[in-house]
Write a protein that binds this ligand. Sequence first.
Ligand code: GLN
Length: 479
Amino acid sequence: MNPFITLKELKAKLDQKELSTKEVIRFYGDRIKKYQPKLNAFIEHFDDVQAPDIADKGPLAGIPIAIKDNICQKGRTNSAGSKILANYRAPYDATVVAHLKTAGAVSVGRSNMDEFGMGGSGEFSAYGPTKNPWNTDLVPGGSSSGSGAAVAAGLVPCALGTETGGSVRSPATFCNLTGLYPTYGLNSRYGLIAFTSSTDQVGLLTRTVYDNAMLLSVTAGKDERDATSLDVAKKDYTIGLDGTIPAGLKIGIIKDAVEAEGIDPEVRATFLQAVEQLKKLGATISYIDLPNLKYGIALYFIISRAEAASNLYRYDGSLYGARKMDATNLADMYLGTRDEGFGQEVKRRILVGNYVLSAGHKDAYYNKAQSIRAMLRAEFNEAFKAVDLLISPTAPMLPFAIGGLSQDPVAMYMADYFTTPNCIIGTPALAIPAGFSKNNLPIGFQFFGPRLSEALLYKVAHAFQESTDYHLKTPAGYE
Ligand code: GLN
């Protein structure tokens, strides 16, 4: 069996009974065990899972899936990559997990991640870094690092990640995958361990655009238990994926995408090559200036830290997870639990978050960020009157060395330059492979659309993939 088979092909083989669900689960389970020492993609592999009987199951019957460790799976540990939740067991399934189970998909484990989603490299996991299958000296991107590495190495055909400001698209890019940040509210957040509630979304990692659309058709939907869930009817996102783009489609290159400082020349050249391909497919291309885009990182920095400090307040030893057992008084228990339980990056963010929310600084930072957020939203809305979609590189740099940036948090934050702005305003983006560097490292680019434009994003990106083969390349050594 080809481990790099697409979800679509795997489903066809299962439907035609060329493969049994048991064989599929065993095949991937063996691969997960084999490559775990090399990649550390999983915090826990479930080798006790049952293959469902295909006859009475839904559209993803027997499809193995990796689930990021901050998405609740009933009865399983859910650590969010943190020591503080090392022994926390989820009492219920996240809504997206429940949808997947109903569809017959089989969760094969908890994928590794930066603690609470705070990171872009996978190095800030309390369970050790995940390695990039394309080169194990390099980071796989993050924070959905294990999900990215697992799909890229053919350990699962698809995975759930989560994204607050790039955490699905970053591993998609560094691992040569397709990654979606959906419109805020399209996938339920019920059962997702909160980091930045106003931008957190469950995102999807697959090998192809078509597979991504298959998965979103299952995960999306109104959820009464998430007050921010959108009232959108369930639909089949694979409909309309025919290899063409809509006649007269207008695509805007975000000016910063080629002009901003610090974009790796190979990333820029590969991106411009992708633009040529879109022209060949019939798109009309122009440049769009988004003058507030450069504030995206600063906005994200302030808003995400503020919300993180509030959301993580609950981990003090009294309700969830670990507790400092030898504390002599209440304050010591709170502080000791947090000191022992949180990693360095999480602590750094809580400090900044409390600072920007504090009485003397709230107006200067948090409130100001909220008003610039509104300006950024207006600017994107205006752009989407002139063009149907916007494009940019996904990450400004190539996958970097493990340990290379972890001591320089500001440099690491800049990796999110092109992925934070749309999260801040809750609009979707789809990252896909664009080509390779001289050293055979994946480079990605992304499409941005207005709210609920997933069908159009998929249609155009699918046409790109039908006319190119970058997404079909797989790393050596995982045959
Ligand atoms: N890399 C970003 C951060 O460090 C994004 C994280 C995410 O999307 N969860 O916060």
